[in-house]
Each structure stands twice: as C-alpha cells, then as structure tokens.
Design a protein around this ligand. Sequence first.
Ligand code: DC
Length: 224
Amino acid sequence: MVKFNIALDGPAGAGKSTVARLVAKELGFVYVDTGSMYRAVTWKIIQLGLRTDDTPAIVTAAQNLKLELKPGDNGQQVFVDGVDVTSLIRSAEINANVSQVSQIPEIRQRLTDIQKNLATGKGIVMDGRDIGTKVLPDAEVKVFLTASARRRAERRYKEAPDSAMTLDELEADITRRDRMDAERELSPLRKAEDAVRLDTTELALDEVVQAVLQLCRTKVNGGK
Ligand code: DC
C-alpha cells in the first residue's frame, strides 16, 4: 500500500482530532495529535510549580522531560516521564495556559523536531496548527478545517456538558485562543497555500471524514 502523510490544521474545536482519528483508522495510518504534546509540556510545567512566564525554567524542564505517544484504540495516549497524562491534559487549567507555553520558540522547535521525525516513515495523520505550513510542508494531503466559533463551542459543550463553563464562556474562550494562536509571531495559525479549506459548521462528522478521504483519493489515490 502506498503510504502518504496528511496534515490537518485549524482552530480549536473545528473537529480536527475526531476527524484525524477516524481518517487514520480508515486508512490504517497512525494518528498524531500535536496539540497533546503542547498540553503535555504545559502539564509538566504546572506540576513543577513553574510560572508560565518563566521561560528559561520552562525550556530547561521541557528539555529534560520524556514525552511518549502511544496509539490506542480510542486515539492517542500521552505519557510524560512515564505518567499517563492523556485525560489530565484536557483540564481547564491546561486550556488556560497552553497557548502561552506554545509561543516559546525553544518549545516549538523541540516539538516540531519530534513531529517531523514521527512522520518520516509516512502513513501519518497529524493534526495541529502549523502542520501544513511548518512541520510537514511536503505532506501529500493538506486540509484546513474551520467552523464558526459558536458551533465549535457547542461541540465542546456537548463533549463535556458538566464543565464549569457555560456555552457563552466556552465561545469566548475559543475566540480568545483563536486570537492568540493566529496573532503569535512564531508559526501562527494560518492555512497553507496548498491546503484545502473545509468549513464544517453545517457538516456532520461522517461528511467531513468522507470529504477528507475523497481528497486523499483525488490527490494520492487513497493509499491503495
Ligand atoms: O489542538 P489543541 O487545542 O489540543 O491545542 C492546544 C494548544 O496547543 C493550542 O492553544 C494551540 C497549541 N498548538 C500549537 O501551537 N501548535 C500545534 N501544532 C498544536 C497545538
């Protein structure tokens, strides 16, 4: 089977991780969630009691931590220094701090190197913010997923209805993170010129997955 790489970028809550996981399953590829790597580093920083503006200490901590990704049946599991942090990295505290941590050049460089390495053997579906532009500029298939902020907030709300945030607060949080991700100097969130934009506001999950698979067939004959 011909293997190729798929880069899936877009703002928070556009459905990237679910779509990436299902597309990977369909093609027999490995799914890599790069957001979880930034979250894992943020988790360690908070564990160590470091302030998120203490860049030198953060960089040292990130250089020393051992980050492992293991593909599992329900997506990817993340381990930091041997601790399974898969569910711990989805907390409101991590949400509030991860954008700031992901703006540190040394952190981006370290994680980008790991991500590039993971993709050398092809057969990877990687999702994030800068995959099509920076991490895998040569990916055979590039998709930029978007949806309205309201729709993305609704999806987050459905995933965790008992979260401490109301729908309006979730929407405001998503808008705030979009702005930070898009305005940062280093690897801002933007569509690669050769990426296909897919607005999922009015699409069901299966329709999005089918659209990406169709794109794979068009671009690289779907791995067959
Ligand atoms: O996709 P996510 O919400 O899990 O991402 C968490 C944060 O990490 C988000 O604020 C953007 C950042 N991120 C990034 O800067 N570059 C990536 N490739 C992936 C995520």
